[in-house]
Design a protein around this ligand. Structure first.
Ligand code: FES
Length: 208
């Protein structure tokens, strides 16, 4: 593979671009401040909020989040680039994450991935021509007892086999949850705290 050359003198953010984070979005992020001892600790909820709104967290959004949390932009980039859940560039409208860890691999995860590649006409990291799906793999999705698993956006599909792939792709609600996982990050007065127990939260996030 050829090395990609990056010209560090070229600005990656247009200095004249309008703010990407609306005041409402900033306010939602700020509402987490009282919950933590430092603003830095709000980084993960902030990134979830931004990605939920914009579909990805680009360089400009990273810089604006950094300003809001009073940390360095590289700290934000470290986190965005560490977690595959976050993306610095646009993906398809839905992201499919197929588990590639041991339990799923033993139970046929590879077949699911290959079937997806064939039916979507893309390779791993590819986005379909209509912009509908981006296909990726991920380490354990924490549902090993239902292997093989895949996520469509935030919705988990368990015990999937190659024959299920076509019907999952054809279902326009294949990513719908009763409560988006990102809403679980809502401040106590608006979201998760209204649920009485952690099992309530888990149940809501699993609901289809
Ligand atoms: S190994 Fe696939 S969910 Fe854990």
């Amino acid at each position: 593979m050829a090395w990609k050359t990056i010209d560090r003198n070229q600005p990656v953010i247009d200095p004249n671009a309008p703010p990407l984070l609306s005041e409402a979005l900033c306010e939602k992020i700020r509402s987490f401040f009282p919950r933590y001892e430092t603003k830095r600790a709000v980084l993960l909820p902030a990134l979830h909020i931004v990605q939920h709104e914009h579909g990805h967290v680009n360089y400009q959004a990273m810089k604006e989040v950094a300003e809001l949390l009073e940390i360095h932009p590289s700290d934000v980039m470290d986190v965005v680039s560490f977690y595959t859940h976050f993306s610095s560039h646009p993906r398809g409208r839905k992201t499919i994450l197929v588990c590639r860890s041991l339990s799923c691999e033993l139970m046929g995860g590879k077949e699911v991935l290959e079937t997806l590649k064939t039916q979507l006409g893309v390779d791993e990291h590819g986005t379909t021509a209509d912009g509908r799906y981006t296909l990726m793999t991920e380490e354990c999705l924490a549902a090993c007892d239902h292997a093989p698993c895949m996520l469509v956006n935030e919705r988990m599909h368990k015990g999937v086999n190659g024959d299920d792939v076509a019907s999952i792709l054809a279902d326009s609600d294949n990513d719908k949850l009763a409560m988006p996982r990102s809403d679980l990050f809502d401040p106590p007065e608006h979201g998760a705290a209204e649920l009485e127990t952690t099992s309530d939260v888990a149940e809501m996030s699993e609901a289809k």
